[in-house]
Design a protein around this ligand. Structure first.
Ligand SMILES: NC(=O)c1ccc[n+]([C@@H]2O[C@H](COP(=O)([O-])OP(=O)(O)OC[C@H]3O[C@@H](n4cnc5c(N)ncnc54)[C@H](O)[C@@H]3O)[C@@H](O)[C@H]2O)c1
Length: 401
């Protein structure tokens, strides 16, 4: 066996058997690894394993995997009574509660419990990888591996090196993720990485358009549905902003917005909205709680939303201009390569097209015009165009061709 193969097939450890942890366990065990799982509450692991078993049975019924494969996957998953059972692992992925001090404590323990060349990864959505690594003696093996929910289905994994992560370990991690048939993109350790940063205006600007009743938008559910319809119908997005927030959970979506905003020292571009805060306060989390922007009670019909082409075009142009500006600014600030920024948005949140490619198609000058109009109207930093967008517009250059 070559050294490389050994890395790819060696045992993997997962800390936390919640939504993300068990999804990552499924991915690693399906890729052929023995997976040791530690959760501070063993019964949560046991419950997750029962659910995973029934997921695998469904895959067997659909003919996606054989019943032997399903059995092998389950047999490869072992509960670790404590972290010292991770001593043979080549990679450990942490997917516990989103709390810096709890994660730092676990990483200190992992550093002690594992071999010195074992990669230590966090699935954090919003914490700095460097700050997690900062708690370790040797942060060169600490990095971020950010999976998307549901991990077995979503192809994207953002790989985030912290300041101290070695290039060798970054390459190793990328090879493992590719061997798991996932799409790796590399993101700089900055708030929201790629997806959770670039996607912010999809939600925030949609809410603002709704709040202000722009372009004659009706109030209430009809207004949400009109914006969703415009983004689906004209933009080609699989879901509109309000239905997507309801799917993600308004509690989670609001928390991500608030975290990204505060980590950017309250940059108004990421300012959270009171409308969403009220949703959270009212326990209107979305589908999971039975109501959010929409009502999910059985028998409730959802309005179609208005079909007014002129209004829909204005809604799309405005949200898209802000999204493209974020993507271009992420490129400007070297958060990731142009290819990875576009891959991240198409594979992590199913956008119909990469935003940078979209910029090339629409023309940077047109995107800039929309932002300048909004800036003129509102006189707010929120519509501040990226310096790269201005440069692309003035030089008439494209990003990809
Ligand atoms: N849910 C998502 O959509 C999503 C997407 C990407 C990333 N993330 C990130 O993944 C991580 C996990 O999120 P989740 O939604 O799976 O959470 P979850 O609440 O579903 O699961 C967390 C699990 O970790 C266990 N746990 C907590 N503290 C522990 C400790 N000290 N030691 C061992 N086990 C511990 C809990 O018992 C629980 O089973 C978070 O960092 C989150 O930000 C979540």
């Amino acid at each position: 066996m070559t050294e490389n193969k050994k890395v790819k097939n060696g045992p993997v450890g997962v800390v936390g058997a919640g939504t993300m942890g068990i999804g990552i366990v499924q991915v690693a065990a399906t890729a052929g690894h023995t997976v040791y799982v530690f959760d501070k509450e063993k019964q949560l692991f046991e419950r997750a394993l029962v659910n995973l078993n029934s997921t695998l049975n469904k895959l067997t019924e659909k003919g996606k995997i054989s019943s032997n494969e399903a059995k092998d996957i389950i047999n490869r998953i072992l509960y670790a009574e404590n972290l010292s059972e991770f001593h043979e692992c080549d990679l450990v992925i942490e997917a516990i509660v989103e709390d810096l001090s709890v994660k730092q404590k676990v990483f200190c323990e992992l550093e002690f419990a594992t071999k010195s060349n074992c990669l230590l990864a966090s699935n954090t959505s919003s914490l700095s990888i460097t700050s997690i690594g900062g708690a370790c003696k040797n942060a060169s093996r600490v990095l971020g591996l950010h999976f998307f929910n549901p991990a077995p289905l979503m192809p994207l994994v953002e790989i985030i090196p912290g300041i101290e992560t070695s290039t060798e370990n970054l390459i190793k991690a990328k090879e493992i993720i590719a061997a798991w048939k996932k799409i790796p993109v590399i993101a700089r350790d900055t708030p929201g990485f790629i997806v959770n940063r670039v996607a912010r205006p999809f939600y925030g600007e949609a809410i603002r358009i709704y709040e202000e009743g722009c372009y004659g938008l009706p109030e209430g559910v009809e207004g949400f549905a009109t914006i969703d319809r415009a983004m689906r119908h004209l933009g080609g997005f699989r879901m509109g902003p309000f239905e997507l927030m309801d799917l993600i959970g308004n509690d989670i979506n609001y928390k991500v917005t608030e975290t990204v905003w505060s980590q950017f020292y309250n940059d108004p571009r990421y300012k959270p909205s009171l409308t969403q805060k009220r949703m959270v306060e009212a326990n209107r989390f979305g589908r999971k709680s039975g109501s959010g922007y929409y009502n999910y009670a059985a028998g409730t019909e959802r309005p179609e939303g208005l079909l007014d082409d002129a209004m829909a075009q204005k809604i799309l142009d405005r949200i898209l201009a802000l999204l493209i500006n974020e993507a271009v600014d992420a490129l400007y600030l070297r958060i990731a390569s142009a290819e990875d920024i576009d891959l991240a948005m198409t594979k992590g949140v199913n956008y119909p097209k990469g935003l940078l490619k979209w910029c090339d198609e629409i023309g940077a000058q047109n995107v800039l015009n929309t932002l300048n109009d909004l800036s003129e109207l509102y006189q707010e930093e929120r519509y501040r165009p990226s310096l790269l967008l201005k440069e692309l517009a003035s030089t008439n250059k494209k990003i990809f061709f």
